[in-house]
Design a protein around this ligand. Structure first.
Ligand SMILES: [Zn+2]
Ligand SMILES: [Zn+2]
Length: 380
């Protein structure tokens, strides 16, 4: 996508400034008089009609560019569409073999920057942390010809603090950051301010880091919702003895306290890995009929993400594990039955990560350990 212009030009009247880097783009004055539309249609070389509408994300192929590999696509969001009358209006404009069905349409877009473009502009931003299909939504807007539009495309939103984040395909465009091109500030799409790091690093999630000690653990509690590298947690002393195989059930995606059972609903305990929620674990053991083993095993998985975990989507296993924990809580707290087909919508096999991760054992005794959240001390 085109670079924002920094070169000084001969001063033109504001109305005569072009709205895009294309020398044929309308001037500000022309753009203001053009007729707005909600969509436009481009017919491709095979005669297929591609419809582009306001708000769509689209692949843009600037004139003269050869076909690019999918991960190199220029991606933009359509902000405004305007038509311009031209004397040649009966003759369809052409782009190679393709033709556009209207005389002259111009489209205001906001660009998604590639990681390399952001790394070039923003000190400290590392392209090597990003996926080839990652894009950074910018405030860089300009007007481009409708002739340069190739196809619509989806750009998934990756909210790193959302325990219900949907998986994102390996060849699907996605965005986790916004870029302010004036201040060069990068902002994530996370919903809440980040919790305390308490001695852990603040490095962003590197989607290409395959070091198993850099597997990132998340505390799903609403007041936390931050991932930490396992090496950072161990080095900063955020660990405790694993006192029960289902201990991680104590960390709920919906409450900052231990999830209470009916018998313990009036007891308020401070979240702490060393004081495990006995009532919850007792309720699991006492439940008739017994809760399905695969459900409990999934619910007790650590919530993690890492390129070191092959087969796991880069967004991690939080959605599946959070869903399993919610089912367990609903059974224990509200007396619900485990729904048939509870696993249907969840990638259970990929989410079962504990056997693929390095065992955490206390040196000397071999006692199993659990990592704890630096913010709330809960087991993660
Ligand atoms: Zn770290
Ligand atoms: Zn926490």
């Amino acid at each position: 996508m085109p670079a924002a212009t920094t070169r000084k030009r001969k001063v033109a009247k504001k109305d005569d400034v072009r709205t895009g880097s294309d020398p044929a783009s309308p001037t500000v004055k022309e753009w203001a008089t053009m007729k707005p539309f909600g969509s436009f249609v481009v017919e491709d070389a095979d005669g297929n009609e591609n419809v582009f509408a306001l708000g769509d994300r689209a692949v843009v192929l600037p004139g003269g560019k050869k076909k690019l590999a999918p991960h190199q696509y220029w991606v933009a969001r359509i902000i405004a569409i305007r038509g311009k009358d031209c004397p040649d209006s009966k003759k369809p404009a052409r782009l190679g073999k393709a033709k556009i069905l209207v005389p002259e349409f111009w489209v205001q877009v906001r660009w998604y920057y590639s990681p390399s473009e952001v790394a070039y502009r923003v000190k400290g931003f590392k392209e090597s942390h990003c996926s080839r299909y990652e894009r950074i939504y910018s405030d860089h807007s300009e007007v481009v010809s409708a002739l340069t539009f190739d196809d619509t495309v989806s750009v998934a939103k990756f909210r790193e603090d959302d325990p219900d984040q949907l998986p994102i395909g390996a060849d699907e465009f996605f965005t986790r950051y916004r870029l302010n091109t004036r201040t060069l500030e990068i902002e994530s799409y996370s919903l809440a301010p980040l919790a305390d790091t308490a001695g852990c690093c603040e490095a962003p999630y590197s989607l290409r880091d395959k070091v198993s000690l850099h597997i990132m653990h998340m505390c799903p509690r609403p007041c936390c919702r931050r991932f930490y590298h396992s090496a950072c947690l161990l080095a900063a002393g955020h660990w405790a003895p694993l006192t029960h195989p289902l201990l991680l059930l104590a960390s709920s995606p919906d409450t900052d306290a231990h999830p209470a059972t009916t018998s313990a609903s009036k007891r308020k305990r401070k979240p702490d890995a060393s004081t495990c929620p006995i009532s919850l674990l007792e309720a699991v053991a006492a439940h008739v009929p017994p809760l399905p083993e695969p459900l409990l095993a999934l619910a007790a998985q650590p919530i993690v993400r890492s390129a070191a975990l092959r087969g796991l989507n880069f967004t991690g296993n939080s959605r599946a594990v959070a869903a399993a924990r919610r089912i367990v809580y609903a059974v224990l707290q509200k007396g619900y039955a485990v729904p048939d087909g509870w696993a249907e919508d969840l990638d259970v096999d990929a989410a079962m990560v504990d056997s693929c991760m390095p065992a955490l054992l206390l040196e000397g005794t071999g006692e199993p350990l659990v990592l704890t959240c630096p913010n709330c001390s809960g087991p993660i």
